[in-house]
Design a protein around this ligand. Structure first.
Ligand code: KG4
Ligand code: ZN
Length: 341
C-alpha cells in the first residue's frame, strides 16, 4: 500500500511517501522557522498561509524523488490534531481534496501517535511493549505502549511541555527561536557545576512533570548575573548547561521510575526534544541499569515531519480504518481515545 503523508500541525510542512512493502520512498520538509523567528514564536495565521503555499510543490517533489505517479497512491494520511486549528485545516482540506480526486481513502492521524511511531522507520525498530517518553513543543508524556492504539498514560506535564520550557527559557535569555537547539548548542560550551538548578517534582512519587518553575529559576539566575554586570557569552552557556542538565536529569529520573513500575526494559523517546544529544546519552546510560535499550528516530524524524504521518496512517489503513469525506480536525485530542488495532 502506497500512502502519501501530510503534516501541517504547526510550523513545518512535511510530506512523505511510505510504501508498506518497501518502506519510506521519499520525504520533504519546508520549515517556517525563518518566517516566525522575528516574532519569537509561531504566528498561527502566517503558519496556515504558508502551508497553503508549500503543500502542492512538496507533493510534486516527493512523487518525483520516489519515481511514482499520483495515480499509484492508495491513500492519503494527514495530521488531524492536536495542533493549530488553521494549520491543521490546510492539511485536512488538501488530503480530503486529493483523496476525492484520486478516488482513494483519507485517514486523519494523531500527531503524537505519529511522533511515537517515528522510531519504527529506523533499521532496528522497537518491539511492543515499551515505555515511551514523548517530549515535544506541546507535550511531555510518559506512556506505556502495548501496541498501536494501546496506550496507557503514566504521567504528563502539569504545566509547560519540555520543548516549551526550552523555547521560553531561550527567549528570556535573548536566544533565537526555536530554543531547544540553541540551548543545546550553548550548553556544549558550559562550565559544569557553576550553576545547579532544581529537578522539579522528583522528590515525590509519581510520574508527572512540572517545568514552569525551572523557567522562572533560570530567569532569576540570568537577571542576578545581569544586575551584577555579567552578560557574557560564557554565563549564557553556563546557564544553558544548568537548565539542560536539570531537564535531562528530571526526565531520566521519571523514565527510570516508569521502567521500574512497568517492569519493561525498552524505552522509546520521540518528539522534538528527543533530538537532544545530552538526553539520549543520559537515557542510554540509565537503560544500562536495566540491560535495556533506548530507541529514537534520526534527528529529522524527531521534529515534525511527513514520514511519521505516512507511517502511522499506513498502519491504521492496513487495519481497515479511514475517515469519511468530512474535513474535521481536533486541535485538542487525547491519545488514549484512539482505537487499538
Ligand atoms: O515535535 P516538535 O517538532 O513539535 C511539536 O510537536 O511540538 O518539537 C519541537 C520542540 C521545540 O520546542 C524545540 O525547541 C524542541 O522540540 N527541540 C529541541 C531540540 N530540537 C528541537 N529541544 C532540545 N534539544 C534539541 N536538540
Ligand atoms: Zn510535533
Amino acid at each position: 500500500m502506497l500512502v502519501l503523508g501530510l503534516e501541517t500541525s504547526c510550523d513545518e510542512t512535511g510530506v512523505a511517501l511510505y510504501d508498506s512493502e518497501q518502506g519510506l520512498l521519499a520525504d520533504a520538509l519546508f520549515s517556517q522557522i525563518d518566517l516566525h523567528r522575528v516574532y519569537g514564536g509561531v504566528v498561527p495565521e502566517l503558519a496556515s498561509r504558508d502551508h497553503v503555499k508549500r503543500m502542492l510543490p512538496l507533493i510534486r517533489q516527493v512523487l518525483e524523488e520516489a519515481g511514482r505517479e499520483a495515480g499509484q497512491i492508495d491513500a492519503v494520511a494527514y495530521t488531524a490534531g492536536p495542533g493549530l486549528v488553521g494549520a491543521l485545516l490546510v492539511g485536512a482540506s488538501c488530503a480530503q481534496a486529493l483523496a476525492l480526486a484520486w478516488g482513494v481513502p483519507a485517514v486523519g492521524v494523531h500527531h503524537m501517535e505519529g511522533h511515537l511511531l517515528a522510531p519504527m522507520l529506523e533499521a532496528q525498530p522497537p518491539q511492543f511493549p515499551f515505555v515511551a517518553l514523548l517530549v515535544s513543543g506541546g507535550h511531555t508524556q510518559v506512556v506505556r505502549v502495548d501496541g498501536i492504539g494501546r496506550y496507557e498514560l503514566l504521567g504528563e506535564s502539569v504545566d509547560d511541555a519540555a520543548g516549551e520550557a526550552f523555547d521560553k527559557t531561550a527567549k528570556l535569555m535573548g536566544l533565537r527561536y526555536p530554543g531547544g537547539p540553541e540551548i543545546a548548542r550553548l550548553a556544549e560550551q558550559g562550565t559544569p557545576g557553576r550553576f545547579v538548578f532544581p529537578r522539579p517534582m522528583t522528590d515525590r512519587p509519581g510520574l508527572d512533570f512540572s517545568f514552569s518553575g525551572l523557567k522562572t529559576f533560570t530567569l532569576n539566575t540570568w537577571q542576578q548575573c545581569r544586575s551584577a554586570g555579567d552578560e557574557s557569552e560564557q554565563t549564557r552557556c553556563d546557564i544553558a548547561l544548568a537548565f539542560q542538565q536539570a531537564v535531562v536529569e528530571t526526565l531520566t529520573i521519571k523514565c527510570r521510575r516508569a521502567l521500574r513500575q512497568t517492569g519493561l526494559t525498552s524505552l522509546v523517546i520521540a518528539g522534538g526534544v528527543s533530538a537532544n544529544q545530552s538526553l539520549r546519552q543520559a537515557l542510554e546510560r540509565m537503560l544500562g541499569e536495566f540491560n535495556g535499550q533506548v530507541f529514537y528516530a534520526r534527528p529529522r524524524f524527531c521534529t515534525d515531519n511527513g514520514a511519521m504521518i505516512a507511517y502511522a496512517g499506513c498502519q491504521r489503513l492496513l487495519a481497515g480504518q479511514h475517515d469519511g469525506p468530512a474535513i474535521t480536525v481536533q486541535p485538542r485530542w487525547s491519545m488514549d481515545t484512539l482505537p487499538a488495532i
